[in-house]
Design a protein around this ligand. Structure first.
Ligand SMILES: [Zn+2]
Length: 195
């Protein structure tokens, strides 16, 4: 039986290879370090998938391109611009960063993993939030309505290899505002995004 695209209101069955993490990141790693990128998920650590893990049963071309245009591409450009900057330590603040874009981008990564049935991403699950996340991504609901969702951005101290590495979300529990949050951490070319 053919699979249906998961995009909001989409009935397409012509599905393509949809990457969980935009291919622009592994491409950047390859270009800068001239080595195969290091891709990792909680279950897999590999250099063998040069453009990252993908699923051929979740999205049609139009919906994949929509997410690419709205979130993946602008977030890649933003993260690239941020990584060219020198930061104060241990804390820094940059004015006027498009935080909603970063949050929505991480949400798009989490959502793609969440709707996938692949074993590699089976530990990433938005549970009851999967449908609301889709509504947010397709602009049918504001991001601020996802009240249980936060993203925290960290810059790792520069050390060898940190910029040549990324991972799909890894489940984590962390303390924020005196509360325990269940979420994911996404190491991404020198940044850590906690969501
Ligand atoms: Zn679609």
């Amino acid at each position: 039986m053919p699979f249906n695209c998961h995009g909001l209101g989409c009935t397409s069955t012509g599905l393509i290879n949809a990457h969980f993490m935009p291919q622009a990141f592994p491409r950047r790693i390859q270009k800068r370090s001239r080595v195969q990128n290091t891709t990792v998920s909680e279950l897999r650590f590999t250099q063998r998938i040069p453009h990252g893990l993908f699923d051929s049963e979740i999205l049609c071309d139009a919906c994949d391109q929509f997410l690419g245009r709205e979130y993946d591409k602008p977030a890649f450009e933003l993260i690239n611009a941020l990584s060219a900057m020198e930061f104060a330590r241990p804390k820094f603040e940059i004015a006027n960063v498009n935080c909603d874009l970063l949050s929505a981008f991480i949400l798009a990564v989490l959502w793609r993993c969440s709707i996938s049935k692949m074993f590699d991403v089976s530990n990433i699950n938005l549970l009851g939030y999967t449908n609301s996340a889709r509504m947010v991504l397709w602009h049918a609901m504001p991001l601020s309505d996802l009240r249980a969702y936060r993203v925290l951005c960290q810059r790792y101290y520069p050390h060898s290899g940190i910029d040549e590495f990324y991972s799909l979300p890894i489940a984590a529990t962390f303390e924020l505002e005196d509360a325990q949050w269940h979420g994911y951490v996404v190491p991404l070319v020198g940044f850590g995004l906690w969501s």
